[in-house]
Design a protein around this ligand. Structure first.
Ligand SMILES: *[C@@H]1O[C@H](CO)[C@@H](O)[C@H](O)[C@H]1NC(C)=O
Ligand SMILES: *[C@@H]1O[C@H](CO)[C@@H](O)[C@H](O)[C@H]1NC(C)=O
Ligand SMILES: *[C@@H]1O[C@H](CO)[C@@H](O)[C@H](O)[C@H]1NC(C)=O
Ligand SMILES: *[C@@H]1O[C@H](CO)[C@@H](O)[C@H](O)[C@H]1NC(C)=O
Ligand SMILES: CC(=O)N[C@H]1CO[C@H](CO)[C@@H](O)[C@@H]1O
Length: 506
């Protein structure tokens, strides 16, 4: 039904919305912009119909389905009006009405770091732009970091979905209006890094006046994000909404992710191991447990070569005992076995290249023979477009991690935290949060014979019984934002069942 009338509806829905929405919004927008809006709204509307049909079918069965056809009635002006009339329980949010507000200026943002650090930053910047009533320009992604990924926002995320699905909160544009754009190109723009872990009041009191004065402000670093705690509830909820609903990967990445998940599912349950044992991690952290002399030298050279890695002299042993090192592949194998993870379980390694290669993976592969990675599941041709695009690879791993039966990160980096929070949001899916400080001590005791295997295993299991990603409260440490639980790892404010949206978890 949807398909038959598709092309007809396309035109109607598109033009209807342009009349209602775009013209009201800004007279200055070019016709190119309008064309683009038509395309964007059309695709979202079509998608809306499909999703809602599916959702309704699943939730209420055929009874409600019989009231549905008006959506496809050519006489109806906009689909959302019908949706609101007939099926109020299905949120019109899928294509929400635009929020009307007086625009205070434009906010440009350059994110820095790896994919998941940028992901969290994007969510924060949307919340900030919303609160300041400014227009957000689609954030620029980091291309100069260690990962050197040339991908733009639209290479990783579905940019049109990002813009339209948030239009009830904030206006987002792909680029500045021409006059301002020219000014920025000539370098006449205020660029600054925001102060780390600020409250929203900092943005209100310090940044907003600058935006009003200069029309556009460029925040050129975003790792210094919004505080974890003490923010208004609407802001916390918006951070989640961006995170779990507005940021969707491109269809190319989503499709590949689905294929990987299907290949894994064919062979039963799977565990995703975010084995953060990659060269940059080790060089940066100075953790060299289990590395040979040449490797230690290589890692140290690398740390000294990167000027922004400030910490140069590091005692690996002390750092490891403090629980500040990622678990090694060998340690990980011991812990998974101690936790009684079935040796027949498929283990998908979500990571880049493991430092030390096969030599370091031998123990793990012996304990868990069904060890796979995207490179072993897919053909090289599938991954061709992803090569040298670490962020796109990371996006693929993100999707597989979300779907896994068990997720185990060996280090609490940004990927681990954001996936952990997202899995809580999806119904507290099992995430084993390793307590590394305790674990390395137990491992050392087991290794030197102070503990038998059974004692070791019992101690590991007991200490992790409450660390499975279930409901808990976020740890708050005033004045030490870096040490408290990270907002995105446990977005409590968004996890009450009442704010659960049936659409989000299907
Ligand atoms: C933003 O807009 C809303 C409604 O239009 C208004 O109530 C609020 O005071 C505005 N805030 C700022 C910071 O401009
Ligand atoms: C951000 O802007 C400030 C002030 O203009 C500048 O000193 C700093 O180097 C910039 N940082 C980045 C990462 O570009
Ligand atoms: C990826 O980068 C490597 C090394 O930088 C280069 O040799 C290779 O040709 C690149 N591959 C693609 C597909 O661009
Ligand atoms: C074994 O290792 C643990 C932890 O490092 C240590 O406390 C203990 O003294 C060691 N025992 C022996 C017998 O070496
Ligand atoms: C708290 C919150 O904003 N949750 C949102 C998360 O995303 C879904 C859609 O996937 C929304 O419906 C929820 O309201």
């Amino acid at each position: 039904m949807c398909r038959l009338e598709k092309s007809e509806r396309k035109r109607e829905m598109g033009s209807g919305l342009v009349k209602g929405g775009v013209e009201k919004h800004s007279k200055s927008s070019s016709s190119r912009m309008k064309l683009w809006m038509i395309r964007a709204t059309t695709s979202v509307l079509l998608w809306t119909c499909i999703v809602q049909l599916t959702a309704i079918g699943e939730t209420w069965g055929p009874r409600v389905l019989t009231v549905w056809p008006p959506c496809f009635n050519r006489e109806s002006d906009t689909a959302s009006a019908v949706v609101q009339d007939k099926v109020p329980a299905v949120p019109a949010r899928v294509l929400p009405p635009k929020r009307v507000y007086k625009n205070n200026g434009y906010l440009m943002v350059s994110c820095n770091g790896g994919l998941n650090q940028m992901r969290a930053a994007i969510c924060d910047m949307v919340a900030i732009a919303r609160y300041l009533n400014v227009t957000l320009i689609v954030p620029e992604l980091d291309k100069t970091s260690f990962w050197a990924d040339p991908s733009e926002f639209q290479d990783i995320f579905d940019v049109d979905h990002f813009i339209t699905s948030l239009r009830d909160e904030v206006r987002i544009l792909k680029e500045l209006p021409p006059r301002l754009k020219k000014r920025v190109e000539m370098g006449r723009v205020l660029s600054m890094p925001p102060i780390s872990w600020s409250d929203i009041s900092y943005y209100h009191n310090q940044i907003l006046p600058l935006v009003q004065k200069y029309k556009v402000v460029h925040l050129n670093r975003t790792d210094a994000r919004l505080a974890n705690n003490g923010q208004p509830l609407e802001i916390q909820k918006l951070r989640c909404r961006v995170n779990f609903s507005a940021l969707r990967f491109t269809s190319q990445i989503e499709d590949l992710g689905k294929r990987v998940i299907k290949l894994l599912r064919q062979n039963g349950p799977f565990l995703v191991l975010h084995l953060r044992y990659e060269m940059d991690m080790l060089a940066f952290s100075g953790c060299t447990q289990g590395c040979n002399k040449e490797e230690v030298e290589e890692l140290t050279r690398m740390r000294y070569a990167y000027p922004w890695w400030k910490e140069k002299i590091i005692n690996s042993d002390l750092k490891r005992k403090d629980g500040l090192c990622p678990l090694t592949p060998e340690e990980t194998a011991l812990i998974l076995r101690a936790l009684d993870i079935d040796p027949n379980m498929q283990i998908y390694i979500a990571a880049g290249e493991i430092y030390g290669g096969e030599r370091r993976m031998a123990n793990l592969a012996k304990a868990y023979p069904k060890l796979v990675r995207k490179e072993t599941l897919l053909e090289p041709s599938d991954l061709r477009f992803f090569q040298n695009h670490s962020s796109q690879m990371a996006a693929l791993d993100y999707l597989v991690s979300l779907e896994s039966d068990i997720f185990v990160p060996t280090y609490d980096g940004n990927m681990a935290k954001v996936v952990e929070g997202h899995r809580r949001f999806l119904g507290y899916k099992k995430t084993i949060l390793l307590e590394r400080k305790l674990l390395v001590d137990l491992i050392d005791q087991y290794s030197n014979g102070s503990l038998t295997w059974d004692e070791f295993s019992a101690a590991v299991k007991e200490s992790h019984a409450d660390r499975m990603g279930g409901p808990t409260n976020r740890l708050v440490i005033p004045d030490k934002p870096k040490e408290e639980d990270y907002f995105y790892s446990n977005p409590e404010e968004c996890l009450q069942t009442s704010s659960f949206d049936p659409l989000s978890s299907t």
